[in-house]
Structure formats: structure tokens, C-alpha cells
Write a protein that binds this ligand. Structure first.
Ligand code: MTE
Ligand code: MO
Length: 199
């Protein structure tokens, strides 16, 4: 332990190594949107998976919920340097949408109402690592935080968690989404500080 006890740096840093390098602990929940807040009723909402051959599979809200909703307890990390610990979500795991679907891609592009896009390798979406989140903190997701549904990929910087998500397109080659075309990293692992191009 030595001279500098864990308490020395104060309570704000007593995070058991859960804050990635270059991040600070945020207690609020900042809203970061590149455009206007989308307001989509669950009755109008659909989610479409498009495979690399152009084949489309769509789910209404109720059909998606019927795939199975899980509870998620996780930390989130924004590239603008805030991290928020112990957030609670409900969501449908991404692998549920791919169940029984034939595909050969390793990459994907998430699409949102309003036009936002972000690319995520499929490996980062499958195996219990990502969800279409449909609830936050015991209630629906507020519209400004991406409700009724947003992508939740908490092990990557939060710009990968597309708000108002309405589809996923499988791609055989990686392509940049909105922020990635503007200098953000193609992958975005906060523990490796993959913030920008070349990092
Ligand atoms: N559709 C959409 N999704 C988005 C964004 C956006 O501008 N539009 N911003 C991203 C960024 S940069 C971050 S940090 C998080 C912010 O989510 P929050 O507003 O719920 O904190 O959403 C991500 N998803
Ligand atoms: Mo962000």
C-alpha cells in the first residue's frame, strides 16, 4: 500500500479501477446529441436488421420485446471524458436479432432515427456485450437519452451506443459512421484510449 492510502485521493476516485485512463467520474447524466432529439412512439418504432446480401428482417416494438429483455448493470464511458458508474438498463441482447439468420459479416453499422450512424464490429455486439436498450433506471429511456430504444455497447466509448436506434446493417468491410468520419476511432475501447484516428 505504502504512503498513499486509497483514501488519499478522495472519494471521487474511490472507484476500484473502474474509471478508464483520462476519464473523470460523473454523477449526473450529460446529454450529448449531434442533432435534435428524436421523438418516436413505440407504436411507430421498428428495428430492421439488414444482412450483407441486402436481406431485411424487421421487428415491431412488441415483437422485439418478445425476443427477451434482460437487466443490465454497467458503467458507461464517454469520449468527452466522463464516466458514469452503476447505471441500470433493460435491453434485448443483439444476438437475439441474429438468431437463425444467415450472414457472413464481421462488421456492422448501427442506424438511428434522425440519421446518426456508428460502426461496431460484430464481435463487440455479440456474446452478452451489447443490447438494444429499452429501459433506464426503472422506467422508459427518456427521449434525450435515446428512448424509446438505443444501442447499448458499454465496453466501448458511448458514442457507439446509438440513440434512437432503428437498425443494424451487416458489412463485410468496416466503414466509418458519423463520428468516425469526423476523426473518432473505428473501434473505441476506453481502456486502450481509442479516442481518435490513430489512437
Ligand atoms: N442518434 C444519436 N446517438 C448518439 C449520439 C447522437 O448524437 N445521436 N451521440 C453519441 C455520443 S457522442 C454519446 S457520448 C452518447 C450520449 O448519450 P447520452 O446523451 O444519453 O448521454 O450518445 C451517443 N449516441
Ligand atoms: Mo460522446
Amino acid at each position: 500500500m505504502g504512503f498513499f492510502s486509497p483514501g488519499f485521493r478522495g472519494r471521487e476516485h474511490a472507484d476500484d479501477g473502474r474509471i478508464p485512463p483520462g476519464q473523470y467520474l460523473e454523477h449526473g447524466f450529460p446529454v450529448l446529441s449531434a442533432g435534435p432529439t428524436q421523438r418516436v412512439a413505440t407504436t411507430d418504432w421498428t428495428f430492421t436488421l439488414t444482412t450483407e446480401t441486402g436481406e431485411k428482417h424487421s421487428w415491431t416494438w412488441d415483437e422485439m420485446i418478445a425476443l427477451g429483455v434482460e437487466d443490465i448493470h454497467t458503467d458507461i464511458h464517454c469520449v468527452t471524458s466522463w464516466s458514469k458508474l452503476d447505471t441500470d438498463w433493460k435491453g434485448v441482447p443483439i444476438e437475439k436479432f441474429l438468431d437463425g439468420i444467415e450472414y457472413s459479416s464481421e462488421y456492422s453499422m448501427a442506424h438511428s432515427y434522425g440519421g446518426y450512424t456508428t460502426n461496431v464490429p460484430l464481435d463487440d455486439l455479440l456474446g452478452g456485450k451489447a443490447w438494444v436498450a429499452v429501459g433506464y433506471d426503472g422506467g422508459p429511456i427518456p427521449a434525450e437519452h435515446g428512448g424509446p430504444a438505443r444501442l447499448l455497447v458499454p465496453h466501448l466509448y458511448f458514442w457507439k451506443s446509438a440513440k434512437w436506434v432503428n437498425g443494424l446493417t451487416l458489412m463485410q468491410q468496416d466503414e466509418p459512421g458519423f463520428w468516425e468520419q469526423n476523426g473518432y476511432n473505428m473501434h473505441g475501447d476506453p481502456w486502450r484510449e481509442e479516442r481518435y484516428w490513430g489512437s
